[in-house]
Write a new protein. Structure first.
Ligand code: ZN
Length: 352
């Protein structure tokens, strides 16, 4: 019996040594000191032993019990101090560490460019007029002198809205900001039908064209349109205003030039170039060796468009222009691919 107690002690201590968690310790306690453990069975059967045997076995059994309990307590303490040590090491508060940096947002490069354009024209007395993104064909094309089947429409393939009620006047995402010209003129001439006041506005906004996406064209892009209507506005006003804009936007020494062009809603029409600010007009890859960068399209408002806006073309004249902030940003920062603007890549966006 004494040998059996020795064995119980040895087995229990061997089983205890490798344990590492509180759950394991509890299971060990139940198995070795619990009511049905081999040691406790010895205690239960003490009464059946002879008078001679009983004291020695009882003493030894108590000894083993005391040793197992002491071993359990010691093991428990070791586990707890290990856990504390680990916590101290891993959760140590290092007050010298720099704080976590808060991500600071910023305006999109196109918004920045748009605001700069708006600021320059704002200084020249233009107001901002916001117009809708979803338009009737009538406003997007017809009233701007693009009749149905006009070839110039081919340059502006469109996203049409399904379920448009009138097949002759479908609903589409605007392909340019120009429909805003009609809205703005009509808003003013509705209030002052007999003697409408002059207009000087810029119309910024997103435009949409159903185009092949490439490094040079996207299906959505922003545009800034400008419109000035009044008495005796001439082409020299247009040239003066836009040349001044180019100087304020790109630098006082920048030169500009106008080339004849065609748009249905202006007559005469022109494209405006500025001298390449990368090479200073010498010719480089950005300006394709021409020394000039195409900046915007412009022209005198077509009499039909004035009339559609409610202004009498015999009494009023005006000019209009349109440009793309993406294009201005492309040129300025030598960005090679227009798709970066809307691909939401922070590596690109964070540079501006
Ligand atoms: Zn150049």
């Amino acid at each position: 019996m004494l040998a059996k107690l020795d064995q119980i002690e040895q087995d229990a201590l061997e089983a205890l040594a490798p344990l590492t968690t509180e759950e394991q310790l509890e299971a060990w306690r139940v198995a070795n000191l619990g009511r049905s453990s081999p040691l406790m069975v010895v205690f239960t059967h003490l009464g059946q032993l002879s008078k001679e045997e009983r004291p020695a076995i009882g003493r030894r059994a108590n000894e083993v019990k005391g040793e197992l309990e002491a071993a359990l307590n010691a093991k428990n303490e070791v586990l707890q101090s290990d856990a504390l040590q680990r916590a101290l090491e891993t959760e140590r508060l290092d007050v010298t560490l720099p704080g976590r940096e808060l991500p600071v947002g910023r305006l999109h490069i196109v918004t920045q460019t748009l605001r700069e354009i708006a600021r320059v024209f704002g200084d020249m007395g233009f107001q901002i007029y916001r117009s809708r993104d979803v338009e009737y064909d009538e406003y997007n094309f017809q009233l701007l002198n693009f009749p149905p089947n006009h070839p110039a429409r081919d340059m502006q393939d469109s996203f049409y809205i399904e379920g448009s009620v009138d097949p002759d006047n479908p609903i589409l995402l605007r392909t340019h900001t120009s429909p805003g010209q009609i809205h703005a003129m009509r808003e003013i001439t509705a209030q002052y039908p007999h003697d409408p006041p002059p207009i000087r506005i810029i119309l910024p906004g997103m435009c949409y064209r159903y185009e092949q996406i490439s490094a040079r064209s996207e299906v959505q892009f922003t545009q800034v349109e400008g419109l000035a209507v009044g008495h005796s506005i001439t082409f020299s006003d247009l040239k003066g205003t836009l040349s001044d804009f180019a100087r304020r936007m790109f630098g006082q020494s920048v030169r500009s030039r106008f080339r004849a062009s065609h748009f249905p809603f202006t007559e005469p029409s022109a494209e405006m170039d500025i001298e390449c600010f990368v090479c200073g007009g010498e010719g480089c890859s950005v300006c394709k060796q021409t020394g000039w960068l195409e900046l915007l399209g412009c022209g005198m408002v077509h009499p039909t468009v004035l009339l559609n806006g409610g202004y009498d073309p015999h009494k009023y004249t005006g000019y209009a222009f349109g440009m793309g902030p993406e294009r201005a940003a492309l040129l300025r920062h030598r960005i090679e691919d227009i798709r970066y603007f809307w691909s939401n890549d922070l590596r690109f966006l964070e540079q501006f």
